[in-house]
Design a binder for this molecule. Structure first.
Ligand code: HEC
Ligand code: HEC
Length: 200
């Protein structure tokens, strides 16, 4: 018993010294290498919409969701980034302003939003374009009128205001260089946006 103990005690300091030496080397190199790749991976995963898919915990107030993929329609893909996709999609119309209005700030991708809400776009020259959200909350305008969406020709950057019936209103103070509203107004909100476009 005594013999075993003395052996155990005598090996401990050696092991501790070795562990301490390894930790000192390893710690120095991992903290330096670790920080950069982590930052890059997190940022790109969020920008690609990873945050929207895994959002969870928020409610689709309308209880109705778009299920027809990329079949072209004025009621397609509420909450999604219309202009970004249309830029590279065959046969998709060009929009300069496009987005979706919701009853609350946090609603999942492809959930139908609020109908008949007024969205007023004010451009860099002070010119205003007044849009109305359609049956799924989508609003848009572009170089030519299309599928119930009017023509517009805003000078960027633009700001925006939403007016809901009953007098509720919400204004975007910052002027934006893109009219693809849902790029920032995601379920959780990107680039400091408070979530979905909503007059709540
Ligand atoms: C992921 C890609 C994608 C997204 C996001 C998307 N669309 Fe489309 N859209 C398409 C494609 C592809 C077409 C053309 C193919 C077709 O007409 O079937 C199209 C066509 C359309 C058309 C023309 C329909 C017609 O009558 O010819 C309208 C209007 C439209 N989209 C509105 C929107 C709006 C508004 C949004 C955003 C809320 C949106 N789209 C988001 C892919 C997309
Ligand atoms: C590049 C990111 C970005 C884009 C694109 C963008 N927004 Fe915003 N939006 C924000 C940020 C950030 C805020 C909060 C700060 C502010 O009010 O400027 C905001 C706030 C708002 C608000 C007020 C929200 C509230 O709850 O008070 C409305 C309404 C709004 N945006 C509408 C729009 C519309 C309509 C578009 C498309 C024409 C748009 N936004 C495009 C980032 C963006």
């Amino acid at each position: 018993m005594l013999g075993v103990r003395s052996v155990a005690w005598s090996t401990l300091p050696l092991a501790s010294i070795l562990a301490a030496a390894l930790a000192a080397c390893g710690g120095g190199s991992t903290s330096g290498v670790g920080s950069d790749p982590d930052g890059g991976a997190d940022a790109s995963a969020t920008d690609d919409g990873g945050g929207e898919g895994g959002g969870g915990g928020t409610v689709c107030t309308s209880g109705k969701t778009w299920t027809r993929g990329t079949i072209g329609s004025e009621i397609m893909r509420p909450g999604d980034t219309c202009i970004t996709c249309h830029k590279t999609a065959n046969g998709a119309p060009e929009f300069l302003i496009a987005g979706t209005v919701y009853p609350t700030r946090h609603e999942p991708l492809l959930c139908n939003g609020l109908t008949a809400i007024t969205v007023t776009i004010t451009d860099a020259k002070g010119a205003q374009t007044v849009l109305k959200s359609n049956s799924v909350g989508n609003f848009a305008c572009g170089p030519v009128a299309r599928s119930g969406f009017p023509a517009c020709n805003p000078t960027f950057p633009v700001s925006a205001r939403v007016d809901a019936p009953g007098g509720k209103t919400a204004s975007m103070i910052d002027a934006q260089m893109t009219g693809d509203c849902n790029t920032c107004h995601t379920e959780a909100g990107l680039n400091n946006a408070p979530g979905r476009i909503s007059a709540q």
